[in-house]
Design a protein around this ligand. Structure first.
Ligand code: ATP
Ligand code: MG
Length: 258
């Protein structure tokens, strides 16, 4: 049965999209898994990385089923890409749907994506979801549809605040039927290996204890270069340090999910 991981964090620019697009590609290309990527962020950066050009509103259309109270339909929103990973794209229109969902609350909204994914649970091994930086209704749906919430952690005080808020939200969700089986793991990314950062890493490990993954992802200039190119990072830079680190992270994630 398909396993779902959402990459979430309530802070901008901490590597959510880089992680989503990289892990999805590595799972498909190096672990031979059938992978569906869902872009749940209205910025649509994962959609751009995978070079998807479509007039389909993807996740926005799926979420809008909550407005009608219908059973969500996902298959017609899945697009194949040149990189072996299938994707449900996003678009700026998702912001409009999220706004409408804030005010028109006639039907159950929290489990739209979970219900949509149950339709394809035998067609993929993994579903990887890229979340936006705000806790909007689509991101809450992504969290509730997931077995694992994987949260990139950039070392710094402001980033820790976002990380702690995510903790609180997951604790609240764990008291509900829909959120009782979701686990949270963090990993440090955008890491620079020097004495000061190593000391901060030790403090971070102490604070977050068993929710922090042992592997971390180093800062790498190829990630920035890749953001100006077509295709996911490991497709263009197979052996850059960030990809090497993401391979280790993936092995650790698969162990957590086993
Ligand atoms: N390991 C890394 N090394 C160097 N640069 C990185 C690394 N990871 C991410 N970046 C860069 O940091 C910026 C933010 O990354 P990314 O877009 O993945 O973050 P995000 O959390 O998805 O952002 P947003 O909140 O806007 O969705 C990008 O310019 C990206 O290229
Ligand atoms: Mg992003």
């Amino acid at each position: 049965m398909m396993k779902t991981i959402c990459i979430a964090g309530l802070k901008g620019g901490i590597g959510k999209t880089t992680t989503t697009t990289t892990l999805a590609y590595l799972l498909q290309a190096e672990k031979e898994k059938r992978v569906l990527l869902i872009d749940a962020d209205c910025q649509a950066n994962a959609t751009m990385t995978y070079d998807v050009e479509t007039s389909d509103d993807g996740i926005a259309d799926i979420m809008s089923y909550a407005l009608k109270g219908d059973t969500p339909e996902i298959k017609s929103h899945i697009v194949t890409t040149d990189y072996g990973v299938d994707i449900v794209p996003s678009s700026p229109g998702l912001q409009v749907v999220n706004g409408r969902l804030q005010v028109e609350k006639e039907h159950s909204q929290i489990d739209v994506l979970k219900r949509a994914l149950s339709e394809i649970e035998n067609e993929y091994d993994y579903c990887i979801i890229d979340c936006g930086l705000q806790l909007d209704i689509t991101v809450l749906n992504a969290i509730c549809a997931s077995n694992l919430v994987l949260s990139p952690h950039k070392i710094g005080g402001f980033e820790e605040q976002g990380s702690d808020v995510l903790d609180e939200i997951l604790i609240q969700l764990s008291n509900t039927d829909i959120g009782e089986n979701i686990s949270l793991r963090r990993f440090v990314t955008l890491f620079r290996k020097n004495k000061t950062m190593c000391n901060f890493l030790l403090a971070t490990q102490e604070k977050y204890d068993s929710t922090l993954m042992p592997s971390y992802v180093r800062e790498s200039v190829q990630v920035i270069k890749n953001s100006m190119m077509s295709g996911p990072l490991p497709y263009n830079f197979k052996n850059c340090i960030a990809v090497k680190d993401y391979r280790q992270l993936l092995d650790d994630v698969l162990e957590v999910m086993a």
